[in-house]
Design a protein around this ligand. Sequence first.
Ligand SMILES: [Zn+2]
Length: 190
Amino acid sequence: MSNLRHAYFNWCPVGHLPGCRRPAWDVQTLRLERPGGMSELGMRAVCWSCGTVHDLTAHIAPDTDPNPDVDVNEMRSEAHLRLTATWVTGYGQPALRSAGLWLHPGPAVLRRIGTPPDPVGYLVTTTPAVPRTATDVAGVITRRRGPRGGVVWSAGVGYDPPTATRHGLPSRTAGARWIAATITAQTTRP
Ligand SMILES: [Zn+2]
């Protein structure tokens, strides 16, 4: 009987926000093997309309005695079930248009309560399609704190590794413009 109960009653429905205009789940799985034998499993459901994200991730320790060279705290199994939003995850938000490119937001920077969240950076593509592999990425724009506490931006053309980088840009738009100009210069080079 417990199998029947488990099949029906132990699971919870995944809900949209009230008034979601296009309730549909973009469901993805994650499977990663990490150095040291840890593995990571995950599943997330993302609604591109109301911005709801449900995700479940599990870090699973290997069934072996811990390696004495590895901090034991980094080798514990743990799992997280989370209800969050696309402004936190980045993924699930529409891309921004800038300098003829598409900027796909990354996860939000942790900031003080009351300040609007901003992404840590953007994956940049030359077409509107959401990047699915590293080869889809034309460049990256990232933000960080400058020496006087202000935000400065870095841009790179290509991805992992970039073929060109520029630091200390004043804005996200400046990053997109620099990437667009650099791609044009690279493709028109004789
Ligand atoms: Zn929804």
